[in-house]
Design a protein around this ligand. Structure first.
Ligand code: TXA
Ligand code: MG
Length: 350
């Protein structure tokens, strides 16, 4: 299959019309959202949805998010809309927030991987909204990356993973948030944060009060236990390089990282250090990836940094630990999985 990339800056109508037609035909389209790129299909067409799982190599019990652009589409697929959901939608939709509802069974089983719930999000990206509108469909879309790899945040990332496996990629430039949407479940007695993202825990609690935070966000999940969100079970966001998170106070972290870095170089490895802009001066003459000035920058850059390091053949990544405040929780959730939970706490070393 030929993969055609439409740059939406120069081919807005052409690209969106072609993509909408492709969705209606039951095929896959890669499109930008404000969080990450998605690989989408018509949610109502089970055969089309199956193609997503095949293209990504995604386990079939890991459910998908239904993307909508108006509220009537929500009413058509859920059995109830709790008051807390209404408050959150009012505050943060359209935007990077996914809410898990009880499903009314209208969408094919393959969408929810056999669960009786359905995750729904109304994206704010004008490109994503226009695709939804022009196709007239609810579009299910996981992040556009091969299963286990860092999510795609540029059209190039998606092209690398899906060239020849998808007909159309819409290029809308770099994604604004850079991490996937926040996922909150409102199907139980208490709201549960399943995946942190651009709408932070603090922002959720400001609207609906206390939210339970799933333990799986910062901890490995035992595959034998029942988890609230099947996506937590899988290897995730992993570059080819080994990632190590280094924890401790800034100056000592830098000393420790430098020592390990020099060791790597001596043994023929190719290390790189990911750090916020303010730390870059501590690593003169070393390979570094400047993640930016604040947590929003780091969130926007982290997946690109992981992919870029693979492209350049680095095989060891050192990451200076961040706090879990605000979007820091989401960054930690992604990087700790990319690192396979390898964290070195220098204060706890002998
Ligand atoms: O920002 C995003 O959400 C992007 C863009 C493309 O919209 N999509 C995305 O989809 O990240 P995906 O499939 O990569 O992640 C969906 C997450 C998974 O962890 C999945 O297990 C969880 O949402 N999920 C989906 N449906 C669920 C459900 N019914 N109950 C619990 N978790 C669910
Ligand atoms: Mg994903």
């Amino acid at each position: 299959m030929e993969t055609e990339i439409y740059d939406l800056k120069s081919k807005y109508d052409e690209g969106l019309d072609a993509a909408a037609a492709e969705i209606i035909k039951g095929n896959l389209v890669i499109f930008p959202t404000e969080t990450v790129y998605g690989i989408g299909s018509d949610a109502a067409d089970a055969k089309a949805v199956k193609k997503i799982y095949e293209a990504k190599g995604r386990p079939s019990n890991n459910p998908l998010i239904a993307h909508i652009w108006d509220y009537s589409q929500l009413e058509a697929i859920v059995s109830e809309i709790p008051e807390k959901a209404k408050a959150l939608m009012e505050a943060y939709w359209p935007g990077p927030l996914t809410i898990v509802f009880k499903s009314n069974g209208a969408l094919p089983d393959i969408v929810s991987g056999g669960l009786d719930t359905i995750a729904v999000r109304m994206p704010s990206s004008p490109y994503a909204r226009e695709l939804l509108k022009r196709s007239g469909k609810i579009i299910v879309a996981p992040s556009a990356n091969l299963s286990g790899k860092p999510s795609g945040t540029t059209a190039l990332d998606c092209y690398e993973d899906f060239n020849g496996r998808v007909g159309i990629i819409l290029d809308g430039g770099e994604c604004e948030v850079g991490l996937e949407s926040t996922v909150i479940s409102l199907t139980g007695d208490k709201p549960v944060l399943l995946r942190p993202g651009g709408i932070t825990l603090e922002m959720l609690e400001a609207v609906i009060g206390e939210v339970n935070v799933s333990k799986a966000i910062l901890n490995p999940v035992n595959p034998d236990t029942k988890v609230e969100s099947p996506g937590m079970l899988y290897k995730h966001y992993s570059p080819n390089a080994d990632v190590l998170i280094v924890k401790g106070d800034a100056v000592n972290i830098a000393k420790k990282i430098k020592a390990m870095y020099d060791n790597d170089v001596c043994s023929g490895s190719r290390p790189i250090i990911f750090c916020p802009h303010e730390s870059t001066s501590r690593y003169e003459d070393m390979n570094i990836y400047d993640l930016g000035n604040d947590y929003s920058d780091i969130a926007r850059n982290i997946f690109s940094a992981l992919r870029e390091s693979d492209r350049k053949g680095f095989n060891k990544i050192y990451f200076e630990n961040l706090t879990t405040d605000g979007i820091g929780l989401a960054i930690n959730n992604r990087i700790i999985r990319a690192a396979g939970f390898h964290v070195l706490d220098i204060n706890k070393e002998d």
